[in-house]
Write a protein that binds this ligand. Structure first.
Ligand code: UD1
Length: 448
C-alpha cells in the first residue's frame, strides 16, 4: 500500500481551527469527488479479480481508513494524487479487523462483496456513532434473503454461503427503509449471485447510482438504479475498470451555503445540479439566487435571507447531510424556520453550539425551531460530527469576531481541504495548536 493520505493523528485532533467572521468571499471553487461514492466504490473493488483504476478520489481520512480496511483484506493499493489503483486479485480469508471497521461505519459495506466473492465474510458490527444508533439489520436481512447463513457473535457478523455451493442466490428483497448502505451492500452482493435479485424500496441516492455504474463498467448487469426498484442479474465474473467518481453534492451544497451566509457571490464546478435540486429549491426559497452558468457550473448570488421550513428525507428529498449547514444559514434568516430531522434520531447536537454563537434555536424531539437573529458572534465551539463541523465553520465565517472550532477530526473525515478552499475565496481561517492559541490569547503574547 502506498498512501500519502490524510491521517487522523493525535496532534491533528488536538488542533483547533480559528475562523475570523464577517468574511467576504469571492471567486471559483473546485468540487472534489464524492466521499460517499468513493467509500462504496472502494468496497466494490473487492468484487473484481482484476486491476481497477478509480479517478477523482477525494483526499479524506475516511478514504484512508477504507484503504486500510482493504489493505488488511489483502488488496494491493497504489495512490497517485486523485487516482487510486486497486488490485483485489488475491484477497485472503474475508475477515475485516475490528479496530479498523470500528473507525468507519461504511467499511461494514465490505460484507456484501466479500461474501459474493469468497462465499464467506467476517465483519465486526460497526458500533454506535455520534448521530444515532445506525444498526445494520437491513444489510443482514437482505443477505439472509439471498441465502446467507448469518450469525452475530461477540460483536462479529459472520456470513457464510459455503454450505450452498459458495454462491449467494438471487431473491426478492423489500427494504423496510431505503437505507443507502443496505442498498449498496445488496447491489454488490447480487452482482455475482446466482440468478436475479430485486431490491424494492431501494435508496435512490446519486452515490448508489454511481456504485451501480461502477459495477456495470466491470460487467455487472444492473437495471433501475436511481429508482426505488433495482434489478441485478448475477454474472460469473467481473473485469478490470477505469472509473471516475461523481462530484460531491454535499460539498457543493456546503459551499453554496458559504456564499449565501457571507452574502458573497461564488461559482462552483463541477456539479451535477440535478443531484442538488432540493438544495437549490431551498436556497431559492431562502432568497438566494442560483444560476446554472453551464451544465456543470453553478453561481450563487446572495440576497436578503428569509426563513423556510426543512424536512430531511431520503433522496430525492432534502439531504440530512446538509441539515446542519442550513440550520446555520436559517439562524441568520428573518423569521421562524422549522427544521425536522427524520433520517437520524440524534442529529441536532450542533444546536447547542450554534446557540453559543448567539443563534436562537429550540429543540423539541426531532424538530428544531429556529428564530432568525440579525447577527452571530464568534465563540469557542466543539464539532459534534462531520456535517456539524462544517456548519460551525460557516457560522464562524458569518459571525462577528473569532470562532475557535475544536474536534477537527470530524471535519477531516469528509471534506477535502475545506479550509484552503475557503481561504482561496478570501476567508480567514487558520489551524493552530492549542499552545499557539494560548500564546496568542495571552495579553503579553507569552504562554502562561
Ligand atoms: C449514508 C451516508 C451518510 C448519510 C446517510 C443518509 C455513506 C458512507 N454515508 O449512511 O453520509 O447521512 O446515508 O443519507 O454513504 N438503518 C437501519 N438499519 C440498517 C441501516 C440503516 O435502521 O440496516 C437506519 C439508520 O440508523 C438511519 C437510517 O436508516 O436512521 C438511514 O441510514 P442509511 O441510509 O443506511 O445511512 P448510511 O448508509 O449509514
Amino acid at each position: 500500500m502506498n498512501l500519502t493520505e490524510p491521517q487522523s493523528l493525535p496532534e491533528q485532533e488536538a488542533q483547533v481551527l480559528q475562523v475570523w467572521g464577517r468574511a467576504s468571499l469571492q471567486g471559483h471553487v473546485k468540487i472534489s469527488g464524492a466521499k460517499n461514492s468513493a467509500l462504496a466504490i472502494m468496497a466494490g473493488t473487492l468484487l473484481c479479480p482484476q486491476a481497477c483504476r478509480i479517478r477523482n478520489l477525494p483526499s479524506l481520512v475516511d478514504v484512508t481508513r477504507m484503504s486500510e480496511v482493504l489493505s488488511a483484506l489483502g488488496v494491493q493499493l497504489e495512490r497517485d494524487g486523485d487516482i487510486l489503483d486497486v488490485n483485489a486479485g488475491d484477497i485472503g480469508n474475508g475477515s475485516a479487523p475490528y479496530e479498523l471497521v470500528s473507525r468507519l461505519r461504511a467499511s461494514f459495506f465490505v460484507i456484501g462483496p466479500l461474501l459474493a466473492r469468497l462465499g464467506v465474510a467476517h465483519v465486526p458490527l460497526p458500533g454506535g456513532c455520534a448521530i444515532g444508533a445506525r444498526p445494520v439489520d437491513l444489510h443482514v436481512r437482505g443477505l439472509q434473503a439471498m441465502g446467507a447463513e448469518v450469525r452475530i457473535e461477540h460483536g462479529m457478523v459472520q456470513a457464510d454461503v459455503r454450505g450452498r455451493g459458495g454462491k449467494l442466490q438471487g431473491g426478492k428483497i423489500y427494504l423496510d427503509y431505503p437505507s443507502v448502505g443496505a442498498t449498496e451492500t445488496l447491489i454488490m452482493a447480487a452482482t455475482l449471485a446466482e440468478g436475479e435479485t430485486q431490491i424494492e424500496n431501494a435508496a435512490q441516492e446519486p452515490e448508489v447510482v454511481d456504485l451501480a455504474h461502477f459495477c456495470r463498467a466491470m460487467g455487472a448487469k444492473i437495471r433501475g438504479a436511481g429508482t426505488n426498484t433495482i434489478l441485478i442479474s448475477g454474472v460469473e465474473r467481473l473485469h478490470a475498470v477505469d472509473y471516475s467518481i461523481i462530484p460531491d453534492r454535499i460539498e457543493a451544497g456546503t459551499l453554496l451555503v458559504a456564499g449565501a451566509i457571507t452574502h458573497s457571490e461564488l461559482s462552483l464546478s463541477p456539479v451535477v445540479p440535478e443531484h442538488i435540486s432540493p438544495v437549490i429549491a431551498k436556497l431559492r426559497a431562502i432568497g438566494v439566487k442560483i444560476i446554472a452558468e453551464t451544465p456543470d457550473h453553478l453561481r450563487v448570488i446572495p440576497g436578503a435571507l428569509r426563513a423556510t421550513d426543512i424536512e430531511t428525507l431520503p433522496y430525492p428529498g432534502f439531504p440530512t447531510d446538509l441539515q446542519a449547514q442550513f440550520m446555520a444559514l436559517l439562524s441568520l434568516s428573518e423569521g421562524n424556520s422549522l427544521i425536522t430531522e427524520t433520517v437520524f434520531e440524534n442529529r441536532l447536537r450542533h444546536v447547542a453550539e450554534l446557540n453559543r454563537m448567539g443563534a436562537n434555536i429550540r429543540v423539541k424531539g426531532r424538530h428544531a425551531i429556529v428564530h432568525g437573529v440579525p447577527m452571530l458572534s464568534g465563540a469557542p465551539v466543539v464539532a459534534t460530527d462531520l456535517r456539524a463541523s462544517a456548519a460551525l465553520v460557516l457560522a464562524g465565517l458569518a459571525a462577528e469576531g473569532k470562532t475557535t472550532l475544536q474536534g477537527l477530526s470530524h471535519l477531516d473525515r469528509g471534506y477535502e481541504n475545506l479550509e484552503s478552499k475557503l481561504r482561496q475565496l478570501g476567508g480567514n481561517l487558520q489551524r493552530v495548536t492549542p499552545e499557539a492559541k494560548e500564546r496568542e490569547d495571552s495579553p503579553s503574547g507569552v504562554a502562561q
